[in-house]
Design a binder for this molecule. Structure first.
Ligand code: XMP
Length: 532
C-alpha cells in the first residue's frame, strides 16, 4: 500500500512475525511484512518510517542463517530488533552472542532503565527504571554489546534491551537502533503495546492513521470479484466462529450460490451436532447439507498414532467429502469454489504463510495441511489474514449470535487433537465425557467466559486406582484450561482448587475407565494448547 506513514517488519521466520504487524496496525500505523532479504528499494524509501526485525528459529552462528541487508541500518530510519532480530543486530555490530547455553522460555522479569523505548512503562519502580514481566522464547543469549547502551536485563539475559547509534554514510545523522530480547508483541509481555507504541510514535515519529473498520465490506467485494456472477461455492462449516464468519461473508457476496456443508466426523463434542444444526437453522438463511461421515473418519484413523499423520488424514478426508458433495451439487451448474475458515495462525503454524519458507512446521492445521496438490475446487479464504480476536470483531459486526460469538475455539481435527496416540472409540468416549464435565463445571463456577479454551485430554497411559476394595487400572485424564488472546501464546489458568477438585471427582465417578486426573500447567510456548 502506498503511504508515507508505514512501518516494515522483516520476517526472519518467527512465530510472532505477523503478530508484530498486527499490533502495530492495532496501534494505528499501517505495517507490512517483508521477507528478511528485502532490498531497501523494495521497502519503498521515503515511505517507511521504521523497520522491525522479527524473531526467528535460528542461531546467528548457523551457517546460512538469515541476515538482512546491512543497508537497512544506514537508512537513517529507526530499527527495532526483536529476539533473533536483536541478536542479529548485536552480531552484526560486534556484540557477543552465545549459542544455546541458557536461554529463556516463557515468563522472565525484565529490569529496565528509563529511555524512550520504556517511556511511561510503569512496572514496579526502582531507583533508575522499573521491572516488568516479559515473554521470552530464545536459546541464544546476547552476552556483551560494547558499543550499545544496555537498557534492560533479566536473570539469564545480560543484554535484554539495548540502544545503539549508527552513523549514516554520506550524512551527518545517526540511525537509532534498538533491540529487545523479549517479545513485546505477545500479550503475556506486560506493557508490550506501550513499548511498541513508544517505538512507533516516540522513536519513529509515525502518525496514527490506520483502521480496519471496512474489512467486512472489502472482503465481500473481493469474494464477489473472485467468484464472478455465475460461480458456485461450497463452504465447510463446523459451527465455529471462523467457518460461520466465512459462510456469512460468502453468502453476502453470492447469496443462493452458496451451499454450506457440515460434516459429522465422529470427533465432535457431546451434543455438538444438534447444537450446530439448531443454531444454523435459527440464525442463517443458507442452504446446508449434513454429511454423516463418522465411520469413514474412524476407519481412516484406525491404527494411526502419530499426531501429524492424524491431522493429515482428517484434513484430506474433509476435502474429499467437500469435493464429493460439490460434485453431487453439480446438477444445476458447476461448483467452482471451496470456502474455508482458515485464519492466520492456521497458516503460520502450518508454515504455509511464509515467503521464503523460513518458519518451522508446528502443526498442520487440518484446513491447510490436508489440502491435496490438485484440488478440484478453487479456494476462498476470506479471513486468512485475521487473528481469532479480529475474526470475533468482524463476526460481531456481521451480527453473529452470542452462541457462536462466545463459544470457545474448537480445533478442526476435533477430539482427535485431544486424544494422544491412536483414536479409539474408548478414548474418544472418555475425552468427550470428561471434556463435557470440564465445560459444565467451568460454566457452573462462572469461569467459562473468562478462559480461552478448556477440555480434557486422554492418552494410552494407565494408572492404578481403587474401586470399592479392589485395585483397578484406568486411564489418566489431563484437564487443560488456558488463557490466551490470539492462541499464539497461552498460559494455564490458575483455577481454584475447589473447581479442579469437583472436576476430578466427577470425572473419576462418572466417566468409566478413568482412575487419575491431572492438570496441565505448561504455557505456550514451549507447549501448544492442544496436545496433538
Ligand atoms: P495449538 O494447539 O497449536 O492451537 O496451540 C492453537 C489454536 O488453534 C486451534 N487449533 C486448530 N484449529 N484447525 C483449527 O481450526 C486445526 O487443525 C487446529 N489445531 C489447533 C486450537 O484449538 C487453539 O485454539
Amino acid at each position: 500500500m502506498k503511504t508515507s506513514n508505514k512501518v516494515a517488519v522483516l520476517d526472519f521466520g518467527g512465530q510472532y512475525s505477523h503478530l508484530i504487524v498486527r499490533r502495530c496496525r492495532e496501534l494505528g500505523v499501517y505495517t507490512e511484512l517483508h521477507p528478511y532479504g528485502v532490498s531497501t528499494t523494495e521497502l519503498g524509501l521515503g515511505e517507511v518510517k521504521g523497520i522491525i526485525l522479527s524473531g526467528g528459529p535460528f542461531s546467528v552462528h548457523e551457517p546460512g542463517s538469515p541476515k538482512c541487508s546491512p543497508e537497512i541500518f544506514e537508512l537513517g530510519v529507526p530499527v527495532l530488533g526483536i529476539c533473533y532480530g536483536a541478536q542479529l543486530i548485536a552480531f552484526l555490530k560486534g556484540g557477543v552472542v552465545e549459542e544455546g547455553r541458557k536461554g529463556e522460555f516463557g515468563r522472565a522479569e525484565l529490569l529496565f532503565k528509563d529511555s524512550e523505548l520504556f517511556a511511561g512503562v510503569r512496572g514496579v519502580r526502582g531507583r533508575e527504571g522499573g521491572k516488568i514481566n516479559v515473554w521470552m522464547s530464545h536459546g541464544d543469549v546476547i552476552k556483551e554489546f560494547a558499543v550499545a547502551e544496555i537498557i534492560g536485563y533479566t536473570k539469564n539475559s545480560p543484554v535484554a534491551a539495548f540502544r545503539v547509534s549508527v552513523s549514516v554514510s554520506n550524512s551527518n545523522s545517526n540511525s537509532r537502533i534498538y533491540g529487545v530480547q523479549f517479545h513485546p508483541e505477545v500479550r503475556h509481555t506486560e506493557k508490550g503495546d506501550k513499548i511498541l507504541w513508544n517505538f512507533l510514535y516516540k522513536i519513529c515519529g509515525c502518525e496514527r492513521n490506520w483502521t480496519l473498520e471496512s474489512f467486512a465490506t472489502e472482503a465481500v467485494e473481493e469474494i464477489r470479484r473472485t467468484v464472478g456472477s455465475e460461480g458456485r461455492v461450497v463452504c465447510g462449516l463446523s459451527g465455529g466462529i471462523d467457518s460461520s464468519t466465512t459462510a456469512v461473508l460468502v453468502s453476502k457476496a453470492v447469496g443462493e450460490r452458496l451451499t454450506c456443508i457440515f460434516v459429522d466426523n465422529g470427533l465432535l463434542r457431546k451434543g455438538e451436532k444438534e447444537t450446530v444444526l439448531n443454531t444454523f437453522e435459527k440464525n442463517f438463511k443458507m442452504r446446508l447439507v449434513f454429511v454423516d461421515a463418522r465411520e469413514r473418519f474412524l476407519e481412516g484413523l484406525r491404527g494411526v498414532a502419530d499426531a501429524e499423520a492424524k491431522r493429515k488424514i482428517i484434513g484430506e478426508l474433509f476435502v474429499k467429502i467437500f469435493e464429493e458433495e460439490a460434485k453431487r451439487l453439480r446438477g444445476g451448474g458447476n461448483v467452482d469454489f471451496l470456502a474455508q475458515g482458515t485464519i492466520y495462525p492456521d497458516r503460520i503454524e502450518s508454515a504455509a504463510g511464509r515467503r521464503g519458507g523460513v518458519a518451522s512446521l508446528i502443526k498442520s492445521h487440518h484446513n491447510v495441511g490436508g489440502l491435496p496438490e490438485k484440488l478440484g475446487l478453487r479456494l476462498l479464504e476470506p479471513i486468512k489474514d485475521l487473528y481469532k480476536d479480529e475474526v470475533r470483531e468482524v463476526a460481531r459486526e456481521l451480527g453473529m449470535p452470542p452462541e457462536i460469538l462466545n463459544q470457545h475455539p474448537f480445533p478442526g481435527p476435533g477430539l482427535a487433537a485431544r486424544v494422544i496416540g491412536e483414536v479409539t472409540e474408548e478414548k474418544l468416549r472418555i475425552c468427550r465425557e470428561a471434556s463435557n464435565v470440564v465445560e459444565e463445571e467451568l460454566k457452573r463456577s462462572g469461569w467459562y467466559e473468562k478462559v480461552w479454551q478448556a477440555f480434557a485430554v486422554v492418552g494410552d497411559d494407565l494408572a492404578t486406582g481403587v474401586l470399592g476394595d479392589a485395585r483397578s487400572l484406568g486411564r489418566i485424564v489431563t484437564i487443560r484450561v488456558v488463557e490466551s488472546e490470539e492462541a499464539m501464546t497461552a498460559d494455564f489458568v490458575k483455577l481454584p482448587y475447589e473447581v479442579l477438585e469437583r472436576m476430578s471427582r466427577r470425572i473419576t465417578n462418572e466417566v468409566k475407565g478413568v482412575t487419575w486426573v491431572t492438570y496441565a500447567v505448561s504455557s505456550k510456548p514451549p507447549a501448544t494448547i492442544e496436545p496433538c
